[in-house]
Design a protein around this ligand. Structure first.
Ligand code: CLF
Ligand code: SF4
Length: 299
């Protein structure tokens, strides 16, 4: 069985050769600053074309960017797919080594599938050498995984905050799925089912994936290792644990965040199971530049 492959900062070309991915995807991974920490001179751009979300995480205030991938703070400007292409071209002429186009909100990339699809098509047609990277909560992943592969998506992040629905219901308020709103445990069960099914499908495709986990003290932090173990059993080889950022107007607005030390310890513990990302910047849904140097607010 082929794995849903991730890679790590430790990985080199020989590592990727074992993955079963195409040479094109392997080459793009080597130039992806999130998937390969040695690619720190490469830049990525997030094109904020996806305003809607189909779930409600209890830590999310929809005035801000999706916290499952991005740091909250300010609302990103929204772009149409055509404006997104113009924005890409503007920055492509200014930023060296712009090798990745990501869609990371401000809502969910797949909950806005038409806009996401059009944006991917425009970038692929005009800039085929750029890696196409999406992040999603995974609710619609079983429905779209094959089409994403056909569209040329090379990298995909699924955020999974719990693999036990009784813990999941403490993280998620509801999901909107196929015209029905599910709440509580029913919501977290269906979300988890689709996230895992989506990862299963990705195993057979030419898409490198990682799993993000938002660690919330006393809610799911003690369970993060279980999440990492579960996704490892599905072939995932790179996970990214991020600390909750408390946001005003949410159930967790006064919740204590993990300290840097606690986060590093959790990442190190989980690194024994699956390679961890230690260099995530929890960037904005409209971030541009190297991970260490977001220039989105400078222009
Ligand atoms: Fe963007 Fe995410 Fe793709 Fe990277 S970010 S969609 S995988 S191109 Fe990277 Fe930013 Fe961390 Fe995300 S540093 S928040 S992991
Ligand atoms: Fe908010 Fe992202 Fe959760 Fe949607 S998936 S509710 S945008 S944090």
């Amino acid at each position: 069985m082929r794995n849903c492959r991730g890679c790590s900062g430790k990985a080199d070309k020989n590592t990727y050769l074992k993955t079963g991915l195409s040479k094109e995807t392997m080459d793009k991974t080597l130039k992806h600053p999130c998937y390969n920490k040695n690619a720190h001179d490469n830049a990525r751009i997030h094109l904020p074309v996806a305003p809607i979300c189909n779930i409600k995480c209890k830590f999310c205030n929809r005035k801000f960017d999706c916290q499952n991938e991005s740091r909250p703070g300010v609302t990103s400007n929204l772009l149409t797919p055509e404006k997104a292409l113009n924005t890409f071209e503007y920055y492509n002429s200014k930023v060296e080594n712009l090798t990745v186009m990501g869609i990371a909100g401000p809502g969910d990339a797949l909950a806005n599938f038409d806009k996401t699809k059009k944006t991917i098509q425009l970038i692929r047609e005009n800039h085929p050498h750029v890696a196409i990277c999406l992040s999603t909560n995974g609710l619609l992943l079983p429905e779209y995984a094959n089409e994403l592969n056909d569209l040329g998506v090379t990298h995909l992040t699924v955020t999974i905050n719990a693999v036990d629905p009784t813990i999941g219901e403490k993280v998620y308020d509801y999901i909107d799925y196929k015209g029905t709103r599910l709440e509580g445990i029913e919501a977290s069960k269906k979300l988890l089912e689709n996230q895992l099914k989506g990862l299963e499908i990705l195993r057979s495709l030419d898409v490198m994936c990682k799993v993000n986990i938002v660690a919330i003290k006393g809610v799911n932090d003690f369970h993060v290792k279980d999440v990492v173990g579960k996704v490892k059993s599905l072939g995932v080889t790179l996970t990214n644990i991020m600390s909750l950022i408390p946001v005003k107007g949410t159930a967790f607005e006064n919740h204590e965040s993990m300290s840097k030390k606690e986060l590093t310890k959790l990442r190190r513990d989980c690194d024994m199971l699956v390679t961890q990302m230690f260099h995530c910047r929890q960037c904005r849904a409209d971030a541009v530049g190297k991970l260490s140097e977001d220039i989105s607010q400078a222009n």
